[in-house]
Design a protein around this ligand. Structure first.
Ligand SMILES: NC(=O)c1ccc[n+]([C@@H]2O[C@H](COP(=O)([O-])OP(=O)(O)OC[C@H]3O[C@@H](n4cnc5c(N)ncnc54)[C@H](OP(=O)(O)O)[C@@H]3O)[C@@H](O)[C@H]2O)c1
Length: 290
């Protein structure tokens, strides 16, 4: 049996769908029922069920967006930095291998040569540089907490999107925001992300950190062009003139925009669709919310 933490969330629901589709037995733990944030409760549950693998899709993201993390710092720090340590201790003690959903938002920009950041690069959008949002800082601390932990995958998700209209879907966000910030990013198709991460376990690739983004990079303008070409939303898209204007008008805390290199995952034999192809496919099968 597989344990899923945070299975009711945006990312967690995609894991539930994947595990159901595969017909694999799993238990979706909810804090309200089994408070897995409590070390003793989690340890007892692992002892009782002894799952073969645990997926941690729990964390604090802030609603409606990361600006909320600036106001709920204790919850953010606990959900993103302390909780991974609690899970690591419990899983190590129970001998349960596991995977942690991290984020690419602990990086900003690209490497000096213009290439994407690899798993060897030190995160550069963290509390250590004192340049980040509270959310990014907390996610980077979560990775630091896991340094040296045995039998764990750290999977970096980045700006999820798919074909289903949803306030958390990047494509929906671009269609709904009044004005957009021009930026260059690597991004992750949600169902490909969960399938690729679970394949890490199924195929027993070496534990460690993996950037799980669709190969390539896109600018906001590139994505808007794809949206317009698809006919899904033909409105006139307006852009901020600069990041300064965006910060002044629309945001409370800086956003991470970054290019990631996902070739380590590909070298392990797990491949995602090139990013433009994946965006075009999502738009071609676009499903409006009811
Ligand atoms: N969505 C994104 O854009 C994105 C991008 C990159 C990385 N990630 C990471 O992916 C993970 C899941 O994100 P998500 O978008 O699925 O978030 P979500 O929709 O808010 O769901 C997160 C789930 O985590 C559980 N949880 C445990 N401790 C929590 C806390 N202190 N505050 C709030 N929820 C808590 C909750 O489940 P129960 O209460 O039912 O147990 C909740 O349903 C997070 O670690 C996030 O940092 C997300």
């Amino acid at each position: 049996m597989i344990y899923l933490l945070g299975g009711s969330g945006y990312v967690g629901q995609a894991y539930q769908t994947l595990l159901m589709r595969k017909g694999l037995p799993f238990r979706n733990l909810k804090r309200a029922e089994v408070d897995y944030t409590n070390p003793a409760v989690l340890a007892a549950a692992l002892q009782a069920d002894h799952p073969e693998f645990l997926i941690n899709a729990a964390g604090y993201t802030g609603k409606p967006n990361v600006d909320a993390c600036e106001l709920h710092k204790a919850e953010c720090l606990f959900g993103n930095a302390v909780l991974p340590g609690v899970i690591a201790q419990a899983c190590t003690a129970a001998g349960v291998p596991w995977g942690h959903v991290s984020s690419g938002c602990i990086f900003s920009g690209a490497r000096p040569d213009g290439r994407g950041f690899t798993e060897q690069d030190t995160p550069n959008f963290t509390f250590r540089q004192n340049n980040c949002s509270f959310y990014s800082g907390s996610k980077a601390l979560g990775e630091e907490v896991l340094t040296g932990a045995p039998n764990v995958f750290v999977w970096r998700l980045r700006i999820p999107f798919n074909e289903i209209e949803h306030p958390r879907n990047y494509l929906t966000k671009l269609m709904r925001y009044q004005r957009l910030l021009e930026a260059t990013n690597s991004i992750s198709q949600l169902e490909e992300f969960v399938a690729a991460t679970f394949a890490c376990w199924e195929q027993r690739v070496p534990f460690g950190t993996y950037n799980v983004t669709n190969p390539g990079q896109v600018t906001t303008h590139d994505v808007v062009d794809l949206i317009q070409a698809s006919g899904v939303c033909r409105k006139k898209y307006e852009f901020f003139q600069s990041e300064d204007e965006f910060m002044h008008v629309a945001a409370k805390t800086p956003r991470s925009n970054c290019v990631m290199d996902s070739s380590k995952l590909a070298s392990a034999g797990i491949r995602l669709t090139p990013v433009r192809e994946a965006i075009a496919a999502a738009l071609a099968h676009w499903k409006k919310a009811a």
